[in-house]
Write a protein that binds this ligand. Structure first.
Ligand code: FES
Length: 112
């Protein structure tokens, strides 16, 4: 079962287990992590699942059939504090190959 570490806005972090192929949005909601709401349930209509992928993981995330679509980019344009590694959490599935993935919640201070 892959683990994902979420960096939270208050400066803390939480590492959680993820059933394989769950989305970052589903994982964050399942653990009631503050910062990801997932209001539309993953239908790419809200951007309340916005998060940042650690740049060290970005290529590996995309290699796991998680490439960003044009539609996702359009939705992200309406989100707050977009960065180079911004993604919609509902569009990133966590596979076993992504065990150890690091993700930051929107508004979290990082050096990336
Ligand atoms: Fe609404 Fe991801 S949950 S866009």
């Amino acid at each position: 079962m892959p683990k994902v570490t979420f960096l939270l806005k208050d400066g803390s972090s939480q590492t959680v287990d993820s059933p394989e192929n769950w989305s970052l949005m589903q994982i964050a909601k399942d653990h009631a992590l503050e910062g990801i709401e997932g209001a539309c349930g993953g239908s790419m209509a809200c951007a309340t699942c916005h998060c940042y992928i650690d740049p060290n993981w970005l290529a590996r995330v995309e290699a796991e059939d998680n490439e960003q679509s044009e539609e996702e980019r359009d939705i992200l344009d309406g989100a707050f504090d977009i960065r180079d590694t911004s993604r919609l959490g509902c569009q990133v599935k966590v596979t076993n190959a992504l065990d150890g993935l690091v993700v930051a919640m929107p508004g979290t201070e990082t050096d990336w």
